[in-house]
Write a protein that binds this ligand. Structure first.
Ligand code: ADP
Length: 602
């Protein structure tokens, strides 16, 4: 996907709308907070002049002087109090904004077209988008903050210019010219920083991967047994050093430009304070005015710095908002328009399906033709890398064929409404994810109130794992992890596989897909699952992937995939009779399964 660089005004409007949509009031509060922050220093400019003018006047009045000081103190205390309160209010309210934005990002990840998910570029873009919502100085919140700051700083600078113009217009002009030069230097520094951000993010993502692996218990066994500590540390150090190297170069450049900036500031100081001093020595200005201009010059320099800094920050944030928006515009899973209230799927057809992964050259599936009717039990077998899982991904609509079509009851999958057909799929993937939820939430994977506890118990029984309920007094509410619950239990790989099967049984879709569902099970458990499977599959369409050919005997039809093509098809007995590749593989495997209790599977 092409990255879009939008105009800054477009991103400013987008940012204000984004915050406004979540909390309108916070925008006003933020504005008030920044206004009060900018107004306070003005009071300090005028106070010394007003006081000295009063004290040095012929009719100096102590009551009036005390009145001025009191009024000043009250004004400054009130402004300060309101500013602090609005600050705490906005910080508290903006938590809601942050949480909403994080949720939006998480939901986007769920909806994103799957072909983008299996792509490291998308992961990089995700990290950049996360940066845009991770911190109050960044992204849309940062843009709002900086815009308010910028507007009020410009107004403040105009205020200072009006004061200083009464001293000498040429000094003000010199100040403005020097400021413009400083601005361009700062812009250059900011764009240099941003130009390297993708490279640094990439290094950071890789180094965090290695540090996560090192600290993740689940990798503990492999790391110890295979002595991977050094390998992981070396990789971690490598990517850290690469990141640090890039940053060092950026910092070196920045130091050079900062040196130039300091020289320019020195010249600016010499011009301004030199002129002011000579005006005072020549008696052109009084002591009160001298003080006022002195403070105003310091203030002006500070504020003008603020304006240029703000512009540089806006440029940085503008890029972040683009990052966020670009990520959010990555296409979602395509959703056909054809709403069909699918109660069951009676027929699935693959017609001349060809598929290759995005960005790759070779077809992983070649001219696949299949027809599955209600009650059909298809086994897909073949060597690793043959294309079995890819076939399932296409069947689930995670990818679209490059050529040919997949039809659900005669309707092209791409034309169907995703929610409608996903409802009909019960899939057990190779990698099983058990959530840190209760048993019943893990099986039902839906909100607490909608869970049918009886159905959950039946599903656990059918998948032969109901005995785990005796492990805790919490029954179906027992948590399947200790991460969020001290009383939670940890299950074995095989038990997790059975929970996944219970999940598929509970869902009761009309298409059931099992991708190596028994790889972690012992032979007896496997046999029991198969017995139950015949019941579960019943009159559904079922697709069963396994590398153990003995386990596919109970299927009515077997296809053998090699190098993306269906090379053999038929029942177990037929394929054995044919004495082709299936028979060859079966005979090799049966030697090994004898020791494992293959007779159980007979
Ligand atoms: P099987 O399930 O039969 O072991 P797969 O369907 O997982 O095989 O893989 C088939 C081929 O597709 C393999 O060569 C694999 O390397 C390749 N492949 C799998 N996933 C991707 C992907 N996301 N991007 C590119 N190639 C992939």
């Amino acid at each position: 996907m092409e990255k879009i660089n939008r105009r800054i005004i477009n991103n400013i409007i987008y940012s204000f709308k984004a915050v406004w949509k979540i909390d309108k009031f916070v925008v006003f509060l933020y504005g008030l907070n920044v206004l009060l922050e900018k107004v306070q220093p003005f009071l300090y400019i005028f106070l010394p002049k007003v006081l000295i003018d009063e004290l040095t006047s012929d009719d100096a009045d102590w009551f009036k002087t005390i009145g001025i000081i009191l009024a000043f103190l009250i004004a400054i205390t009130a402004a300060n109090f309101i500013q602090r309160s609005t600050y705490s209010q906005t910080s508290a309210r903006l938590i809601k904004y942050k949480l909403e934005k994080r949720k939006e990002l998480a939901l986007k990840i769920i909806d994103i077209d799957y072909s983008y998910m299996e792509n490291s570029k998308t992961l990089n873009e995700y990290t950049l988008a996360q940066n845009a919502v991770g911190n109050y100085c960044n992204g849309m919140e940062g843009m709002m903050r900086e815009m308010f700051g910028f507007i009020f700083s410009v107004l403040t600078v105009i205020g200072y210019v009006s004061i200083l113009a009464t001293l000498n217009i040429f000094v003000v002009l010199a100040l403005i010219i020097i400021t413009v030069v400083s601005y361009f230097i700062k812009q250059r520094i900011a764009s240099q920083n941003m130009s390297k951000r993708e490279e640094t993010e990439n290094c950071e993502r890789r180094s965090s991967y290695y540090s996560n692996v090192m600290s993740d218990f689940s990798y503990g066994k492999e790391i110890r047994i295979y002595n991977a500590k050094k390998f992981l540390t070396d990789k971690y150090n490598l990517f850290n050093e690469m990141g640090i190297g890039i940053r060092k170069k950026v910092i070196l450049q920045r130091t050079k430009w900062n040196f130039l900036l300091n020289i320019i500031n020195l010249i600016k100081g010499l011009i301004c304070y030199g002129y002011l001093l000579s005006a005072a020595l020549n008696g052109n200005i009084q002591i009160g005015s001298f003080l006022m201009y002195f403070v105003a010059l310091g203030g002006f320099t500070g504020w003008i710095e603020d304006v240029t800094e703000s512009l540089a920050q806006l440029r940085r944030i503008d890029i972040q908002v683009d990052d966020y928006r670009n990520f959010m515009t990555i296409p979602d899973m395509k959703n056909g328009n054809e709403h069909k209230d699918i109660k069951t799927v009676n027929k699935i057809e693959f017609k001349n399906v060809w598929f290759k992964y995005p960005g790759t050259e070779n077809y992983v599936l070649k001219n696949i033709n299949l027809c599955l009717d209600t009650g059909d039990k298809l086994a897909v077998v073949g060597k690793n890398g043959g294309g079995k899982t890819t076939l399932i991904k296409l069947l689930c609509g995670l990818y679209e064929p490059d050529k040919g079509e997949i039809l659900y009851d005669g309707i092209n999958l791409r034309d169907l409404n995703r929610a409608d057909y996903v409802n009909q799929l019960a899939v057990i993937f190779q990698t099983i994810n058990i959530f840190a939820f209760s048993v019943k939430a893990n099986v039902a994977l839906c909100a607490k109130d909608n869970i049918n506890a009886e159905k959950v118990s039946e599903s656990l029984k059918s998948s032969d794992v109901d005995y785990i309920l005796s492990k805790s007094h919490n029954g179906l509410d027992m948590s399947l992890s200790k991460i969020l619950d001290d009383e939670g239990i940890e299950l074995s790989g095989g038990e997790n596989q059975k929970i996944a099967l219970a999940r598929a049984i509970y869902k009761n879709g009309s298409v059931i897909i099992l991708d190596e569902p028994t790889s972690h099970l012992d032979a007896i458990a496997e046999k029991r699952i198969y017995d139950n499977y015949l019941q579960i599959a019943g009159n559904k369409i079922s697709v069963f992937i396994s590398h153990r050919l003995a386990s596919t005997k109970f299927c009515d039809n077997i296809i053998m995939i090699e190098d993306g093509e269906i090379i053999e098809t038929g029942t177990h007995d037929f394929l054995i009779e044919q004495d082709g590749k299936y028979a060859e593989m079966f005979n090799i495997q049966s030697v090994y399964y004898k020791d494992e209790g293959a007779e159980i599977l007979e």
